[in-house]
Design a protein around this ligand. Sequence first.
Ligand SMILES: *[C@@H]1O[C@H](CO)[C@@H](O)[C@H](O)[C@H]1NC(C)=O
Ligand SMILES: *[C@@H]1O[C@H](CO)[C@@H](O)[C@H](O)[C@H]1NC(C)=O
Length: 422
Amino acid sequence: MDLGGRLFLAVATLLVALSAVNAALKTADLECMFLGYPDLEYDGFDRTEVLTEKNFNKTVFAEDAKSVVFFNDVEEDDSEFDQYECFLQLSAQVMTKRGYNFYTVNTTKEVRLRQQEEVDKGEDTIHVYKDGYQIEYHGVRDPETFVSWLMDIPDDPVTIINDQFDLEEFEDLEDDAVRIIGYFEPGSAALKEFEEAAEETMGEIEFFAVVTSSWARKLGLKRVGEVQMFHPFEDDPLYAPTSVDTEEEFEDWVEKHKEPVMQKLTLQNYFNVWKDPEEDEKLILAFCDEETREGRAMFNLLKKIADENSEHAGTLEIVLIDPDEFPLMVDVWEDMFGIDIEEGPQLGLVDVSEKEGIWFDISQLNLDDPRKHTDSNLEALQTWVDQIMAGSISLDDDDDDEPEPPKAAPPKAANKKAKKEL
Ligand SMILES: *[C@@H]1O[C@H](CO)[C@@H](O)[C@H](O)[C@H]1NC(C)=O
Ligand SMILES: *[C@@H]1O[C@H](CO)[C@@H](O)[C@H](O)[C@H]1NC(C)=O
């Protein structure tokens, strides 16, 4: 079981699954609830179908089909199966009316299909197939977050900026998403290729284009064919080299540069961010409540750190977590790392699957009067980041001098989820 299991700790409270006494688990026996909405009820219909290698292609790649496919390796008698069922059924009740069909694929059985759709062994994941492209859902598995994400999937992989409204959409995403913008002749082959590249990363990167010289000028694009990538929290864009001209080369460039130094953990990107980094990549978690004085000060410092360390993109990943946005997870994270998140900002170099971290000594910073101490605060943080990047602060040396987290809470051994692998 993958990370999916983890978050069910949190969303379990949102979903109630009751199975009839002594009956096998069938949807007919499943009672799901939309918790919190008294007027909204599950009508009891089973709206999911099982797909196999035989019928997969002709179902999800059919003309005009809109499909939600849940790839899972859950055992039928796993209690988690009920939760997944409820999550899918409740989402389906709302979205089948809007043209979506819901399917499950048992990846334990359908190994070739799993490989065809590039799902890892043991991974539970949701793909949406629509208009010939595929988008992976990385968000938390609760119906409200999922349905809202599904309703927001744009019809076009590239937004052409043509008026003030489009411009605001582009600008509003500044710190929330990796954005790519290009300047093309309308209807050109290059724009078509740009759109095809955009389809590859839908849901992860937001693509925009301008097709007139006046909008190009407003957005600082100087020549037809110019493409810029913006990372959240970094001031300067990256420019796609002029040598990149095939779609494949462009996609390689996107793949290579898409990782921002800093990004916010959200309900929608949760499983794309909360995972072990690539080999050679350092992951720093920054718990930071922007509504507190200290949290805001820390956030402002981190924005500068992210910008100043943009050359480490791809090897340094800072994940900003506002505990207010994950109130149900605060206890889980505090137990996981032995830290106190509610007390104030916490910064740690972490290993997500080992559930361990080396935490920065916050007393090195003055966050009460941050303006007066900006320089010394930045210096202390940068020194810490430099030590991490140089490997002198590291989680690697397993046995000797492994730093113990302070006041570690006793692990909840009794919790049956605790034995699940992250
Ligand atoms: C389904 O389509 C993929 C290409 O998208 C192809 O590789 C595979 O062989 C097809 N499977 C079947 C059973 O037709
Ligand atoms: C998936 O298939 C495996 C192997 O046949 C089986 O043990 C498991 O119960 C199936 N899962 C579901 C949800 O049907």
